[in-house]
Write a protein that binds this ligand. Structure first.
Ligand code: PMP
Length: 429
């Protein structure tokens, strides 16, 4: 509380981080190790936030940290010029991801998504971008449209001129007819340059998509000369070392990466794809797409990328985190089944778990009071999150859990015990 009270005077809202659980006040964290984190008062939490997805090896993975410390000591953090780690990092990504032949590193997922839009328009010479409702592609002007919940349009677009959305075409997930219509109707309005896709559905799978959804997008992109852009900021190197594209065998034209590629070290973003398309980022002035960043591809981020991916591969980090997530999903569903009056449930995409208490993402948008329902359900979900956090579980937004390779049977036992206790506090109806 003390830190929050001070922070409020200097930092708007008292928090910088959009992942912060800030009701009734945000917790200030002191340190992290393995699957555990500790707040400044010394309280211990089982961490399922994993920094918002980047951590797969566990917090403070020593072999990785040692490499970075060595670079800082011996070489310094950045020169603004190319380093060998840039090539090693690119090579590691190209080796793993089937749709990637070239990589351009940037400083965040948001930037990489922005670059992907620009490349798609420059390469195709077309204008429109289809954005699937409920998905998140960073906070740039064009992408804050129907975020979190489909059909909410400019609800969260305060400070963004309406003109920014002039060429954004909103399509509701799983609306196959609407999708095809969006391609067709925009043919003579500049054409569709790209479709932005979260491959497991919006908000990292909070809005799951029909098994044919991505295949249909791929088919329509081919038919209309449009680039399919997979935003794999969360799924890349978490769902699979080859991303969703490898797991589902759907090869996008462009891939957006972030988070896991630097494993918690700063400056994490990349746009990648087929050579022919990525070459729009090269060439002389007037020919190339303008993307960049002072600290983009700095040696620390690039070494973090190279070594993190290497250690993940060597340790089978994705497989281990997935096995744990599957075990926990089953165990929690068994526990929740003892309270049918509550209707809580869990599902997972590999090492990405979603737990539903009030299921505010699933409100029927046709209901006249849909928005009110979403808000009130969200508030109740937040309250459940406060209680679980207070008893030692750190999750993302009270609906999501990311696992890492170090979560073990003890973590599972403790997680179940906390939930069992929290359930016992809720009166049976
Ligand atoms: N795309 C997706 C799918 C994301 O989940 C996020 C971040 N949560 C971003 C893009 C933006 O990445 P960053 O926060 O690094 O800008």
């Amino acid at each position: 509380i003390e830190i929050f009270e001070k922070a409020k005077g200097m930092i708007p809202g008292g928090v910088e981080h959009n992942l912060s659980q800030n009701k009734p006040f945000p917790l200030a964290m002191d340190r992290a190790k393995g699957y555990k984190i500790w707040d400044v008062d010394g309280n211990e939490y089982i961490d399922y936030l994993m920094c918002g997805a980047p951590i797969m090896l566990g917090h403070g993975y020593e072999p990785l940290d040692e490499k970075i410390i060595e670079i800082i000591r011996k070489k310094g953090p950045a020169t603004g010029l190319t380093s060998e780690y840039e090539l090693l990092a690119a090579e590691e990504i190209i080796k793993n991801m089937p749709g990637v032949e070239m990589v351009r590193f940037l400083q965040s997922g948001t930037e990489a998504d922005m670059a992907a839009l620009r490349i798609a328009r420059a390469y195709t010479g077309k204008l429109k971008i289809i954005k699937i409702g409920g998905s998140y592609h960073g906070w740039s002007d064009q992408m804050i449209y129907s975020v979190h919940v489909p059909q909410t349009y400019n609800l969260e677009a305060k400070g963004i001129p309406a003109e920014c959305f002039a060429h954004i075409v909103d399509v509701t997930p799983n609306d196959f007819e609407g999708l095809e219509k969006a391609f067709k109707d925009n043919e003579d309005k500049g054409g569709v340059a790209g479709v932005m896709v979260e491959p497991i559905g919006g908000e990292s799978g909070a809005h799951p998509v029909h098994p044919d959804w991505n295949k249909t997008i791929r088919r329509l992109c081919d038919q209309y000369g449009t680039l399919m852009i997979f935003d794999e900021v969360v799924t890349g190197f978490r769902l699979n070392m080859g991303g969703a594209q490898k797991l589902y065998n759907i090869i996008p034209d462009l891939t957006v990466l972030g988070k896991i590629i630097t494993h918690g070290y700063p400056s994490s973003g990349a746009v990648a794809g087929k050579k022919e398309i990525m070459k729009t980022c090269a060439g002389s002035i007037g020919e190339k797409v303008f993307v960049g960043g002072t600290l983009a591809a700095n040696p620390i981020s690039m070494a973090a990328c190279y070594y993190a991916l290497k250690y993940m591969e060597e340790n089978k980090a994705v497989e281990k985190a997935t096995t744990y997530a599957e075990k926990l999903t089953k165990a929690l569903n068994d526990l929740f089944a003892t309270r049918p009056d509550l209707g809580f449930f869990v599902y997972n995409f590999g090492a990405i778990m979603h737990y539903m208490t009030t299921a505010f993402f699933s409100v029927d948008l046709k209901a006249p009071d849909a928005l009110m329902q979403i808000f009130s359900r969200k508030e109740v979900a937040d309250n459940y999150q406060i209680v679980t956090m207070a008893h030692g579980l750190c999750t993302l937004a009270g609906t999501r859990m990311y696992t890492c390779m170090q979560h073990d049977d003890e973590a599972l036992k403790k997680t179940l015990a906390i939930w069992e206790y929290v359930l016992s506090l809720i009166p049976r109806s």
